[in-house]
Design a protein around this ligand. Structure first.
Ligand code: NAG
Ligand code: NAG
Ligand code: NAG
Ligand code: NAG
Length: 509
């Protein structure tokens, strides 16, 4: 991304000197880490204990000697672990939720005024339904919603900084409307919320610590992210919150660092947060403002993205590198997961951009089928999505990306059925889409989504000017259900061995 490169260049010039120092420190850490890992006793201890030491994951030394997956035997804390869901209300279903775990684990939902009704409302009936008053909701306007006090964390930035910042002009307008009592629900849906959003990442960390200090874990997620809490709980019991942990889905950050992609959410241990907010308090422990946010004001303005600023702040202020947990924390929505060995025996922790209308059904299904010893795995979602039951979906697209066409002279392009027959004959093909008299295969299987007939904007002029019948313009999706079942019955795909991935930044989206 060019914004990135521009940024990286600036950053390099400004901080070259600091970099050299950081480089030496890293080299030394690396050296020590390598020594430690080569000690057979210690390796043994690391393998047999669930808490691995915090090695800067950008370096990932010693990785070769460690298995890729933890051999954990986890248990669900939900009681009952599974329940009949028919006719049960959202709150009835919550009786099973292990609320006591929220004494140690702090959920933080980030949103914006414009989408409270459309996103946060449904979230409070699904993935966030059972979090009660443990849940904190951070946003860009102070207001009450659905029994929650929504908190404007942008207002925790220095007031001069906000006033003089052109990028925050729309935030200031929202605030004025709110102050004079004329802010309507849903107002501001036309403003570029993303522009404001990047300014919430750091203040929300200062704010959550101030409100709920010394929780063991802080789980940050977005209003369009489905979170599988059972798996969050299973995961976190295996790590020490007094080590600086930063878990998420790795994306390249500033200058060779890795950041957690903000969408799927990220988890910080209290030690990581403690280090970030250490200057927010005076010697008596009195809060004196988000020093964390003040330190990074220029970076917040110059950087496109709040998750990237946070990754950098963690690296520099907290000496904490990302521990990547892809694919357990990952950016695909439920309907977009491309099932394959990459997304199969691993526990699902989060799914970003999951359709709001999917969340409630997903949660009910989760309640109905949870198992004590087996976390929810990607493989289990196939059942929910009916991917082995439905062979054709009309006005549907399942191959928006990652597909490959059969050769242009192939008979596969003759019709939807011919496309399907050719897919079934191709050992790499699991599903197909037929559209504008052409056939596309996909080397994995996913649900995809409804799509109305059209000739897409991006098509080249010669295709756009052709005479297409209304039938040609439809999107038709097919699945090789038998092929999918055969693949699923392959060796290891019953997931008797669960792949709790070891933190890494080599396994990425
Ligand atoms: C759920 O409600 C429907 C309609 O009231 C009823 O027919 C059905 O028996 C109920 N199911 C259960 C399990 O109570
Ligand atoms: C409220 O604030 C907005 C934004 O500054 C302004 O346009 C509007 O005129 C104000 N309305 C009242 C009633 O003061
Ligand atoms: C404010 O919102 C308007 C309406 O979406 C948008 O056109 C404009 O670019 C935004 N300005 C800033 C500074 O974000
Ligand atoms: C799966 O099939 C069942 C039964 O036909 C249906 O009720 C459900 O909505 C389907 N689920 C999805 C995600 O399509």
């Amino acid at each position: 991304m060019n914004v990135w490169h521009a940024l990286q260049d600036n950053w390099l010039v400004d901080r070259k000197r600091r970099y050299v120092v950081a480089g030496c420190a890293i080299a030394f850490t690396l050296f020590v880490a390598t020594l430690l890992y080569q000690s057979p006793n210690l390796s043994q201890r690391i393998l047999s204990h669930a808490n691995p030491p915090s090695i800067p994951s950008t370096l990932d030394q010693g990785k070769a000697s460690l298995p890729e997956f933890f051999d954990w035997h986890t248990r669900s804390q939900f009681r009952p672990v599974q329940q009949a869901v028919e006719n049960k209300s959202v709150l009835d279903l919550c009786h099973a939720f292990p609320t006591h775990l929220l004494r140690d684990i702090q959920p933080v939902l980030k949103t914006g005024h414009a989408v409270l009704e459309t996103r946060v409302g449904p979230h409070l009936r699904s993935a966030s339904a059972c979090l009660d008053n443990s849940l904190l909701i951070f946003s860009d306007v102070d207001e009450d919603f659905s029994g929650y006090q929504i908190i404007d964390v942008v207002s925790d930035l220095r007031s001069d900084f906000v006033r003089d910042n052109k990028q925050l002009r729309n935030y200031t307008i929202l605030k004025e409307l709110s102050d004079n009592g004329t802010l309507r629900p849903g107002a501001g849906s036309d403003i570029n919320g993303w522009q404001i959003d990047k300014y919430k990442f750091l203040p929300q960390i200062s704010r959550v610590w101030r409100m709920r200090p010394e929780k063991r874990w802080y789980v940050f997620y977005e209003d369009d992210t489905y979170v599988v809490w059972d798996n969050v709980f299973r995961l976190l019991t295996n790590f020490d919150p007094d080590m600086p942990w930063y878990f998420g889905s790795p994306s390249p950050g500033v200058e060779g660092t890795w950041m957690a992609n903000g969408g799927p959410g990220y988890i910080l241990s209290r030690e990581a947060v403690r280090r970030l907010v250490r200057d927010d308090f005076d010697a008596e422990g009195v809060f004196i403002g988000s020093a964390l946010s003040q330190r990074w004001e220029d970076e917040m303005t110059g950087n496109c993205c709040g998750d990237s600023v946070l990754g950098l702040a963690l690296y520099q202020d907290a000496h904490t590198s990302l521990s990547g947990l892809f694919p357990m924390i990952q950016p695909h929505p439920l309907h977009g997961i491309p099932f394959s060995d990459r997304y199969w025996c691993q526990p699902v922790i989060s799914m970003h951009k999951t359709f709001i209308e999917d969340m409630e059904g997903l949660r009910r299904w989760e309640e109905s089928r949870r198992q004590t010893r087996r976390p929810l795995l990607f493989a289990d979602l196939v059942d929910y999505l009916n991917l082995t039951k439905v062979a054709v979906r009309e006005d549907w697209v399942n191959s928006e990306w990652g597909g490959y066409p059969p050769p242009s002279d192939s008979p596969a392009h003759a019709s939807f059925d011919a496309c399907g027959d050719a897919c079934k004959a191709d050992p790499n093909c699991f599903q197909w889409t037929y559209h504008l008299r052409s056939c596309v295969f996909t080397p994995w299987f996913r649900l995809g989504q409804a799509k109305a007939a059209e000739v897409e904007e991006w098509r080249p002029p010669e295709e756009k000017s052709m005479q297409w019948s209304s039938e040609d313009k439809r999107f038709m999706a097919g699945w090789d259900v038998e092929g999918i079942k055969r693949w699923m019955s392959g060796k290891g795909r019953d997931c008797k061995t669960i792949q709790w991935v070891r933190p890494s930044v080599e396994r990425i989206f």
